[in-house]
Ligand binder design. Sequence first.
Ligand code: 3H9
Length: 654
Amino acid sequence: MTVNVEIDGEIAIVTIENPPVNALSGAVRERLLTLVELLDGDANIRAVVLTGAGRLFVAGADIVEFDRPPEPPFLPEVIARIEAAAKPWIAAIRGAALGGGLELALGCRFRVATANARFALPEINLGIIPGAGGTQRLPRVVGVAEAARIVAENYTPVGAEALRLGLVDTLMEEPLVPGAVSFARAALGRALPPRSLNRGVSAPASDVWAEAEGRVVADAKGATAPLQALQALRHGIDYGAEAGLALERKTFLALRSTEEAAALRHLFFAERAALRPADMRLQSPRSVETVGVVGGGTMGSGIAAALLNGGLSVVLIEQDEEGVFRARSTLAKLFESSRRRGLFGAGGDASGWMDRLETTIGYGTVERCELVIEAVFEDLAVKRAVFAELGRVCRPGTVLATNTSYIDPRLIAEGLLGPERFLGLHFFSPAHVMKLLEIIPTPQTAPDVLATGYDLARRLGKVPVRSGICDGFIGNRILRRYRTEAEVLVRAGVGIAAVDAAMRAFGFAMGPFEMQDMAGLDIAFLYREAARSRGEPVPDMPGDLLVRVGRKGQKSGGGWYDYIDGNRRPIRSPEAERIIAPLVGAKKEMAGEEIVARLMTAMADEGRTILDEGIVASAADIDLVEVHGYGFPRRRGGPMFQASRQDMTITRTL
Ligand code: 3H9
């Protein structure tokens, strides 16, 4: 049974039991509709308590159903029927009421909740807007300004805050349901408050709309749903609830079937699957509270900041006083950056941050760490020396990880005492911000050591993706192919700025050449030079010509573009164009969509090869790597999602 009923005197207790999150699937909607009729017709019942079984009330519509056309009974009609019921319904909310779950609660006459209950309309994260009255009932309950933040800006009031807003009538301790039943009995003796949709609402000053729109557009990163959610809300204030409901539903249905919504759903499920791969579900991790980080450079400090944000303690190991000083000042900046971005996790309160950090010269105190992550210079001999030392000083159960981006972890672990405790944990810069964590086990890595990697990802709020061993693992390998294809386009006469503009229009924060200028052109150059020195037939690329004359990107004052007076704004460079001219064909106009398709095809091709080689478990994992490690626009779902949706067979005319 998806919805159960118990009777307590004149009160009916309706419990939605649809694990894991009580989503409002078709069967739940149908049963609710039947029950409201039944209970309205039962003369012995005077009020109904509606609750959810388990740790939360209702997490919203069943997202799995969104890949099919909507099926009746539709949620708006179920909620409207509950709102219209002759007997008052009281929502008893434990844990969370999200999306359609909050809309359902708003259809009830009263809401009582536990102090930890969260209230949100997260539909915009799925590329849609609330579709069951959320944009209309909410402003009539909490006011327009607060409702706009909840509907379009992911504002999530919790417990006391929800009470202050009038979103809940009272907070209660567990056991919730008996408390809600007593509340219901008491309510029967008083006049009922008006139904949510019938409450009066005053239109805000016009600058409230302008300010909200400004914030929403600035944060949207090209996504359309947040502004449309706000527009639906406003429509209902300007023209009345009925008109507002109609626009809301129309917009919801239109957005539900967009590519953007499909892409965001794809990532929603991929992210959840990534945290719990099948072979890790029953595997306990090793316990980790203190983590050693070897090397306090950009990467090491970033990793330390990510760990501190996640509530862990850190021992950061440097070689000398100067290194310690540099690392501490970098970390002070990362602390500020974390505070600004709101990155402190559950255990990572700001006050304890610096207290949980110990910086030290040498390996003296690393013995107290349960996990040590090496983040030193990308050189096999240097890394091996670090692990030789760690193998000597750490306890036998300590997990040892390398943050290498390119070096085969098997080579790094060669000769290590206890190789089963070793794995790769590849963070992405800036490590306290980027969510991707590539987890790279060697053939000897023990299952509980691998599980420790996943557990760490979960605690740091990262998205873990397991990678097999290959040059560049998943992400850098696809990045190489992407960059190369961009250079192939330039060699064929397409403009540098045209390529960058096309990728920006697609949703990347910057194009491939702007990105290379920022990261430095020399890495790709050295990689190609190394291949050439091994006798591999690597053709000269335009970027090689730039590096040979010292144009390595922003750090050398110019690369593909010029940069004036240390300014990071790229300016077209006639000099760069002159240098690469010997390798560049006649000028060729290419439409932005074709440029995007070429680069997408290249990424997806490489992705397919990586899949075929067994380096990655699924195409969805590749998309997670791109979205969380390389700035691939979330609303596009990732290169494999793109390839699966579109005809990517662009004829190679170049
Ligand atoms: C909506 O409501 C539209 C309405 O306005 C209009 C309708 C007309 N549906 O995250 P977890 C699964 S749109 C189906 O790992 P946690 C999830 O895939 C919806 N499945 O746990 C996972 O499955 P598996 C608006 C769902 O404790 C399992 O539940 N609501 C749904 O870390 C556990 O999830 C949202 O956007 C769903 N709605 O977090 C809320 N939700 O075990 C989305 C979850 O097979 N959900 N699943 O991997 C969340 O934010 C989190 O899942 C939640 C639990 C906080 C609930």
